[in-house]
Design a protein around this ligand. Structure first.
Ligand SMILES: [Zn+2]
Length: 256
């Protein structure tokens, strides 16, 4: 249903819904409806973060916490994802600046941001699709999709394109630093957990977990970030600086 991508530089359709998702948890009907009217974002020819206008968030916020899952083995594929050569977070400059303001506000209340994913290369999204098609590869099933048959993921849960590739979307959580050390707030599920309990407004979570999600939601909304309702961790800065352009620059340790 989401088939659109042939390779870098080719036209590929995308829905508004897919723009907000990273690993889609649901919303198949919405996606099916909107894909027919989707625009055709292009892939930038930029080969460096600087050419793409992407900045390393740590140049703006040195103490922001990073847990860039796709650069290591602790993600739903169980191994480093192609395109992630370093555990770094790049975002378009205006988005990074807005996120820095969120961190500043949270810091004043004793919290910090912890980032799971930021800008995501087009080649990484294509690697997700290839992984989803390999039904023999289930190494991370117990941690990330214990209640789902992997055959459901391709098409229904993993999109051929991602808003992350446009540099305005971030996956994150909050750390509680009021106790002398920083610990992640209990959000009810982990990042990229393929389950309805990951929906931001899920009912099957505790009052405290709901409050934690709402704290993150409020802080992000105040700086222009919109949550994807099916994933409590996924936010897109609106309006996007380059809504019709995706990037395919590898995530590396150097920012130029
Ligand atoms: Zn995401």
């Amino acid at each position: 249903m989401h088939t659109t991508t042939g390779g870098t530089g080719q036209a590929w359709r995308e829905s508004d819904n897919a723009r907000r998702r990273c690993v889609c948890l649901a919303g198949v009907l919405l996606l099916s409806i909107s894909v027919a009217t989707a625009a055709a974002p292009k892939v930038s020819v930029a080969t460096t973060p600087a050419q793409a206008g992407l900045v390393d968030i740590q140049t703006l916020v040195p103490d922001i916490a990073l847990d860039i899952r796709y650069a290591g083995h602790d993600n739903f594929t169980g191994r480093p994802v192609p395109g992630y050569e370093a555990p770094k977070c790049y975002l378009l400059a205006a988005v990074a600046q807005a996120l820095a303001r969120v961190q500043q506000a949270m810091h004043a209340e004793g919290y910090r941001l912890q980032l799971f994913d930021c800008y995501r290369p087009v080649r990484s999204v294509q690697a997700f699709v290839a992984w989803a098609a390999d039904l023999d590869d289930q190494v991370a099933k117990n941690r990330y999709y214990p209640h789902l048959d992997k055959r459901v993921l391709l098409g229904d849960y993993i999109a051929e394109t991602s808003g992350h590739s446009r540099g305005a979307t971030v996956d994150l959580t909050l750390l509680d630093c009021r106790i002398g050390r920083c610990e992640p707030l209990d959000m009810g599920t982990g990042f990229d957990f393929f389950d309805p309990s990951a929906h931001t407004d899920a009912r099957r979570i505790s009052v405290a977990q709901r409050a934690h999600r709402q704290r993150l939601l409020k802080a992000m909304a105040e700086q222009g970030f919109v949550n994807y309702p099916l994933e409590w961790w996924h936010y897109t800065f609106q309006p996007e600086p380059t809504p019709d352009t995706a990037y395919d620059v590898p995530v590396r340790g150097e920012s130029s």
